[in-house]
Design a protein around this ligand. Structure first.
Ligand code: NAG
Ligand code: NAG
Ligand code: NAG
Length: 392
């Protein structure tokens, strides 16, 4: 399923850059345009999700929840090594860090810790993006400062906030389009849409305790962006009948993550769902928009499941970092997501056909577990027909 190819990942991603000027090494400012993300020639687009690195100061920062005999040799550098191994094993097209990238309380210099935490992604020359968790701002930078620092790092497609939204809560709300294959009928269309949101840190409303939530201003931006992308996708040429599938990435679980038990999720739940104590309605907003097929978060390190509710898969990645709480004997892990295009009757490439996922454990062989199909175009068609047939 996943390539064990370790030799090709460091090859320049700008093979062909000479022709297309789309070299990933070049910062956005040089190109003057958004760097382009596209499906690969084999019809796939692969994303590596890294949740909760909790990076501190590097080799002087100790590990949490490893066996006592592992403590002496364990530090943030083990987190770095795990990112490097995952990149080598999976050779993803894109890497997403879903918050608590650093554990601010234990980071002496936020800028330094952020740069160190993202270093393996930067060095890989693979485009990457990050959102904020609830711990990223606990060091020497504010949430805005952290996001601004991230945006200045090499090879990142992260944005502080969308230019078109004049008022929006949080820092690190943006979207990215994944283009169809060059030369195919979808070459000018976004075949897959990625949404990134700042799920906040803590409530600032004294009557409401606990974690932050996705605010109405962010939901309005999401709705408008989703509608705009849908219109473009349904426009000529190759006008499509519905929106392209979307994936959403943020940090704190929505209250709806508590809708499952082991009979209807894949993976494990070993702790409670630490969402905000209020429901700000973002799940319903996504259902209404109709394009998002899966949500990927972190925050609860001991949960790594995916469960489907109202046509949307809600997925944890599981804890990644060694300076994050975890469970000795329960491997740190990462999630991989692959979208695959369908072949058209004419032998070209069409729309997204399916979205699959699995996780890899930081053990000797990077064992892959819980391989599952999150969404498939064919099944959605069948479900729609059933609903129509069953209604009065
Ligand atoms: C951390 O990395 C060191 C050095 O490679 C290694 O010896 C140790 O086993 C790792 N610890 C864990 C818990 O993976
Ligand atoms: C995509 O846009 C380019 C530039 O405008 C155009 O030359 C090409 O024909 C378009 N491709 C398709 C499939 O519409
Ligand atoms: C999962 O199954 C439990 C019963 O075991 C049920 O209460 C719950 O509603 C189900 N959740 C979903 C999303 O189907």
């Amino acid at each position: 399923m996943a390539k064990k190819n370790t030799s090709s990942f460091s090859l320049p991603r700008c093979f062909g850059a000479v022709i297309f000027s789309l070299c990933f090494f070049l910062p956005k400012s040089v190109l003057g345009v958004k760097q382009e993300l596209r499906f690969r020639k084999n019809g796939e687009f692969k994303i590596l999700q890294v949740a909760d690195m909790h990076y501190g100061n590097g080799k002087t920062t100790s590990c949490l929840d490893v066996f006592p005999n592992q403590m002496r040799t364990c530090s943030d550098l083990n987190t770095t090594a795990f990112v490097e191994r995952m990149i080598r094993a999976e050779n993803p097209d894109f890497i997403v860090f879903t918050g608590d990238n650093i554990f601010g309380f234990d980071a002496t210099d936020a800028a330094k810790s952020l740069s160190a935490a993202f270093q393996p992604a930067i060095a890989s020359n693979i485009p990457w993006a990050a959102v904020l968790g609830n711990h990223d701002q606990e060091s020497t930078l504010s949430r805005e400062g952290v996001m601004k620092h991230i945006v200045g790092l090499k090879n990142t497609l992260s944005q502080v906030n969308p230019a078109e939204a004049h008022i929006i809560d949080g820092f690190g709300n943006y979207n990215l389009e994944i283009g169809g294959i060059k030369g195919s009928q979808f070459e000018n269309k976004s075949a897959l849409n990625l949404y990134f949101l700042d799920s906040g840190d803590y409530s600032t409303v004294s009557a409401i305790p606990g974690y932050g939530w996705i605010k109405p201003s962010q939901q309005l931006w999401f709705q408008r962006t989703s509608a705009k992308l849908r219109r473009a996708y349904m426009r000529q040429p190759e006008a499509q009948k519905g929106p392209a599938p979307g994936l959403a990435f943020f940090h704190i679980p929505l209250p709806e993550f508590a809708s499952f038990d082991s009979s209807n999720f894949t993976g494990v739940r070993q702790e409670g769902i630490s969402s905000a104590s209020v429901n700000s309605g973002f799940f319903t907003t996504m259902v209404e928009a109709g394009d998002v097929k899966a949500v990927f978060i972190g925050h609860d390190h001991l949960n790594d499941f995916c469960g489907a509710l109202t046509g949307i898969q809600l997925c944890y990645a599981g804890g990644f970092g060694y300076h994050a709480y975890g469970k000795a004997g329960w491997s740190r892990r990462a999630r991989v997501v692959v979208a695959s295009l369908e072949k058209t009757e004419q032998g070209g490439w069409g729309a997204v056909k399916s979205i699959k996922t699995w996780k890899r454990l930081d053990d000797e062989h990077l064992t892959a577990v819980d391989v599952q199909v999150l969404w498939s175009k064919r099944h959605e068609g069948v479900r729609r027909k059933k609903q129509v047939g069953g209604s009065k």
